[in-house]
Design a protein around this ligand. Structure first.
Ligand SMILES: Cc1cc2nc3c(=O)[nH]c(=O)nc-3n(C[C@H](O)[C@H](O)[C@H](O)COP(=O)(O)OP(=O)(O)OC[C@H]3O[C@@H](n4cnc5c(N)ncnc54)[C@H](O)[C@@H]3O)c2cc1C
Length: 434
């Protein structure tokens, strides 16, 4: 709540300042499309700065809002940004053509050749538009995560080109010392946040902790646990339920980083991840050797006890979604019920550990077995009636849900039908890229 409120208040304050700057520095003799062009241009600059903040992975925001939600906002803000850029460019060309008497094509050529920084801005807009198209669902599905990510990094070039454009021709940028101070502060904060959250903090943490693989333990035919140690892990601010982006620095894998949750609560000496083989990266984890150095970015995620609102908890895991649930069970206080949804008991990885933990803590553990796509869809499996039957005081509990997309959505639907208050429901989705 505090994280969201800070973000919304910050956004509202910036919208107010940007519009104030627009009003106090009018452009003499401008046409309506030109005024609109400036409006869209300034808002595009502000949205671009917001975009950077959303993916900066600053721990303070990440712990409070969660990377899945921040990434989803980043995605939708990105599409808003693209339309704002298109509106800015269109209105500017039309507005300037009306003021100069040139044709639209003539105005574009004039802008590209005679206006400092505009040609670069055209490149920036083209780059951001292309990245936006690649990020649309239909194109995104056809690319591997790594290819998409590499292309996405081109955004930073777009940001720098956009910034030079704003400095060169942005009339509000140079209108007053206050305007200059505002824009430099905005860009400084946004770029500084990215540098700190994406580069400096991960580098510092990895230099400090020097993570290394100590054990590789197969849990089933398709699931493997990897134990990792490092220096001064007691100083790593990781919590049960969080995840890291793990990069195993072997010759054949160093270029690939994948998110995996901690499947054991961090104890200051060891971290553990448990991964199911779904693609080439996760399948190769079985071959990781003891002693391999690891570059870990994190801890990330808001799927933690910090967000509890009630004394009692219900944990719902589906398949390998059990990993953060297993670590949460270890350090939650109060009465806990665990529902673990799997196809059969043989598929229930970490079930023995869950049982031992549940016994030790006086928690209730129920395995819910059955086909993964029951008919009807929510069937007896975690539909509202089933949930109420299993956990009659469900409305009095915080509910943490982690599992495959279909199961998670079905459970969330059930919780809505049962009128479990939204603030008591917490989810971790095993997918960030939209
Ligand atoms: C927050 C989070 C926590 C997760 N925790 C676990 C866990 O504890 N155990 C487990 O088995 N699985 C977990 N996953 C899922 C796991 O990350 C993917 O199954 C794994 O990355 C697949 O990689 P791959 O190379 O095998 O398959 P690929 O075929 O290369 O990838 C399959 C899909 O996985 C996702 N993915 C791959 N790499 C990344 C990345 N670097 N960042 C974001 N998404 C990526 C993409 O959506 C991609 O399309 C988690 C995912 C997320 C987002």
């Amino acid at each position: 709540m505090v994280g969201r409120l800070t973000l919304w208040l910050g956004l509202a304050a910036n919208v107010a300042v940007v519009n104030m700057l627009l009003v106090v520095s009018p452009y003499p003799g401008s046409s309506l499309p030109f005024v609109l062009g400036r409006f869209f241009g300034l808002h595009a600059a502000m949205i671009l700065a917001l975009q950077l903040l959303l993916i900066a992975r600053l721990p303070w925001f990440d712990r409070r809002i969660g990377m899945d939600r921040l990434t989803a906002w980043h995605r939708w803000t990105g599409f808003t940004l693209l339309w704002t850029i298109v509106a800015h460019a269109t209105c500017m060309v039309v507005g300037l053509a009306m003021m100069s008497g040139k044709t639209l094509a003539g105005q574009v050529v004039d802008l590209a050749t005679n206006w400092e920084g505009v040609l670069w801005a055209m490149f920036a807009a083209g780059l951001l538009l292309s990245i936006g198209i690649v990020s649309a669902r239909f194109a995104r599905r056809r690319l591997s995560y790594e290819t998409w990510h590499l292309i996405h990094l081109g955004t930073y070039a777009g940001v720098l080109l956009a910034l030079t454009h704003q400095i060169a021709v942005g009339t509000t940028f140079t209108a007053s010392p206050f305007a200059r101070a505002y824009w430099w502060t905005l860009w400084g904060v946004a770029l500084g946040a990215v540098l700190a959250g994406r580069v400096l903090l991960p580098l510092w943490r990895n230099l400090r902790h020097r993570f290394r693989v100590t054990r590789v333990v197969p849990e089933s035919d398709t699931v493997v646990s990897i134990y990792i140690t490092g220096h001064r892990l007691d100083r790593l601010p990781a919590q049960a339920g969080q995840f890291f982006l793990w990069r195993f620095l072997s010759r054949d894998r160093w270029w690939q980083a994948n998110p995996f949750s901690l499947s054991m609560a961090p104890d200051g000496r060891t971290l553990r991840l448990t991964a199911k083989a779904v693609g080439t990266g996760s399948a190769a984890l079985r071959q990781v050797r003891v002693g391999t150095r690891v570059f870990a970015e994190g801890p990330y995620g808001a799927f933690t006890a910090m967000h509890r609102t009630r004394p009692a908890t219900l944990l719902i895991a589906g398949g390998v979604g059990v990993t953060p649930i297993r670590s949460l069970l270890e350090n939650l206080e109060g009465h806990v019920v665990v529902l673990y949804r799997v196809r059969s008991t043989a598929d229930a990885v970490l079930a023995d550990e869950l049982r031992a933990l549940a016994d030790a803590r006086g928690a209730e553990l129920r395995l819910v077995t059955g086909p993964s796509r029951p008919v009807p869809p929510t069937g007896p499996f975690l539909g509202p009636d089933h949930l109420l039957e299993l956990v009659p005081d469900i409305r009095e509990r915080d509910v943490f849900v982690c599992g495959p997309a279909g199961m998670t959505s079905a459970v969330l639907r059930s919780l809505r039908q049962l009128h479990v208050p939204q603030r008591q429901v917490h989810t971790e989705r095993f997918g960030l890229a939209g």
